[in-house]
Design a binder for this molecule. Structure first.
Ligand code: GLU
Length: 507
């Protein structure tokens, strides 16, 4: 078998959605398992849809995920250039070849003429298709004489080049996920392959490049399956071998109904983009996994499982394990439901496996971003919080009390659990704690218990009064550990000042 070469071929029309990253990853895993190469090619033939920064976004996203391409627009290689706008001359030559061979033709129909046709068809409740059944009634080089065509070309009359699909053929697309998919060529229309602006359309450029770049396998999203028979027909027209295909399943909304879109992410509070993206025109920000606090390792697993699973119990894979285990035959045909809870689960799993030092490092950065200065022992904070969070940023958002005295006291807990004697208990305990020299959690707990015994008080009410005064919350890690971490001065200060604020709330 010749060398495995695959490509990821995005169009720079905006930020890459998770579906694009999944495609890039599957290409990478497939190629690496077989010792092949992965190419990053930028398909920017549609100038109207070009978006500044989109190419850089793709490169940065992949880098963040922790893998890379062997060749491509960002690093060159033997099959460059890797950007279609830099390969215009190549396509012109191949378009001409198809015309010369009678496999494609010039079409001079103006958009007005096409519109008139469409309207006429609609009147008869039919859909207009530029195909074998209509092309003879259009203004193209199949109908016009050679002289007329030459004349129009000489006069620079705008034209497109259309690929001539012969009817009544069965076109077989050999798909590694779906098996042989058969299409009747009579269903296809004569697609434009070259435009009068001197640019090829996606279909021509994509095939010419895949051929010249010696791509052996085309792995891409299911939305391209309807184009596959045209692509196979173009390969045949050139007399080239068609690569093998794999069309990956669509990504579906968490409900499983319909395609996953940016709006689903906004509504469900989860990102559908790897990195944050700011729309230059509207200023709209789309959330990114990176900025939300996901680890790239977790993101990689989330992506890998969108339409594939190893058929074993194992759920967490390193990149090299993914390479070993990935099998394109095991990719599902049916759509892959996006599960935002599972995404969080992955992050949590990776987080608990991180060293405390690494989390401390990230926590420090998170606090600095928030302008929080603190001298408390952050390793102790991390030890208390690690099992309770999904993201490092959750430490601050769910346990702000480590860094600042609470200003909000959970109203439900106050209402239910703050009793008439609670303030007095807190004052008493403050006095008990004041006497402790070695302000450690176990000492605090022992004195607290002793106090309860002496006063013949139950654990619950006293504990919750203390917790509310120190943290403002009804639950959380061991209160004595929290007190040790924030220190004696801060603990006593809160025990003295906060009951009054709670009483205000009660009043
Ligand atoms: N440029 C196409 C896209 O944006 C590539 C499709 C393909 O891989 O053939 O997805």
């Amino acid at each position: 078998m010749s060398k495995v070469r695959v490509r990821y071929a995005p169009s720079p029309t905006g930020p890459q959605h998770v579906g694009g990253i999944r495609t890039a990853l599957y290409n990478y895993l497939f190629a690496k398992k077989l010792g092949g190469d992965v190419v990053l090619r930028i398909e920017d033939t549609d100038e109207k849809r070009f978006v500044e920064g989109a190419e850089q976004y793709i490169i940065e996203s992949i880098k963040w995920c922790g893998f890379d391409f062997d060749e491509g627009v960002h690093k060159g290689g033997p099959f460059g250039p890797y950007k279609q706008s830099e390969r215009k001359d190549i396509y012109l030559k191949y378009s001409q070849q198809l015309i010369d061979d009678g496999k494609a033709y010039y079409a001079f129909d103006t958009s007005d003429e096409l519109h008139v046709k469409r309207v006429a068809f609609e009147k008869e409740k039919k859909n207009f298709k530029y195909d074998f059944s209509t092309r003879d009634s259009m203004r193209n080089s199949l109908v016009l004489s050679d002289d007329e065509v030459q004349n129009l070309l000489n006069k620079d009359v705008p034209y497109t080049v259309r690929f001539k699909i012969e009817p009544d053929n069965i076109i077989v697309v050999d798909d590694m996920v779906r098996g042989e998919v058969r299409f009747n060529s009579s269903e296809l229309d004569d697609k434009i392959i070259f435009k009068s602006d001197g640019m090829p359309t996606y279909h021509l450029a994509n095939i010419v490049d895949d051929h010249l770049m010696e791509i052996s396998h085309v792995i891409r999203g299911e939305e391209w399956l309807p184009s596959a028979p045209l692509h196979v027909a173009i390969y045949e027209a050139f007399g080239w071998n068609s690569p093998k295909f794999a069309h990956l399943p669509l990504l579906l909304k968490p409900t499983g109904k319909g395609k996953l879109s940016k709006r689903d992410g906004d509504a469900g509070g989860f990102p559908v983009f790897p990195l944050e993206w700011k729309d230059q025109q509207t200023g709209d920000i789309s959330k990114g996994y990176r900025e939300e606090g996901y680890y790239p390792e977790a993101f990689l697993n989330i992506m890998a499982f969108l339409g594939w699973n190893p058929g074993t119990e194992q759920e967490m894979f390193s990149l090299s394990e993914l390479i070993q285990t990935f099998d394109i035959q095991k990719v599902n045909k049916s759509g892959a439901k996006f599960d935002p809870d599972k995404a969080k689960w992955y992050n949590q799993q990776y987080l608990v496996r991180k060293s405390d030092d690494e989390i401390v490092h990230d926590l420090r950065a998170d606090l600095a971003k928030r302008g929080i200065e603190t001298s408390i022992n952050l390793s102790s904070v991390v030890r208390q919080m690690k099992e309770r969070i999904v993201f490092v940023k959750d430490i601050y958002s769910s346990a702000q009390y480590f860094f600042e005295s609470p200003t909000v006291f959970d109203p439900k807990t106050v209402k239910k659990k703050w009793k008439d004697n609670s303030a007095e208990i807190v004052t008493d305990i403050a006095a008990v704690f004041d006497k402790i020299v070695d302000f450690r959690a176990d000492n605090l707990e022992a004195s607290f218990k002793k106090y309860l015994e002496e006063k013949e008080l139950g654990f619950g009410i006293a504990m919750i009064a203390l917790r509310l005064s120190i943290t403002g919350k009804g639950g959380g890690p061991s209160l004595f550990e929290i007190a040790e971490i924030i220190g004696k001065n801060e603990t006593l200060k809160r025990l003295k000042e906060n009951p009054e604020k709670i009483l205000d709330l009660k009043a």
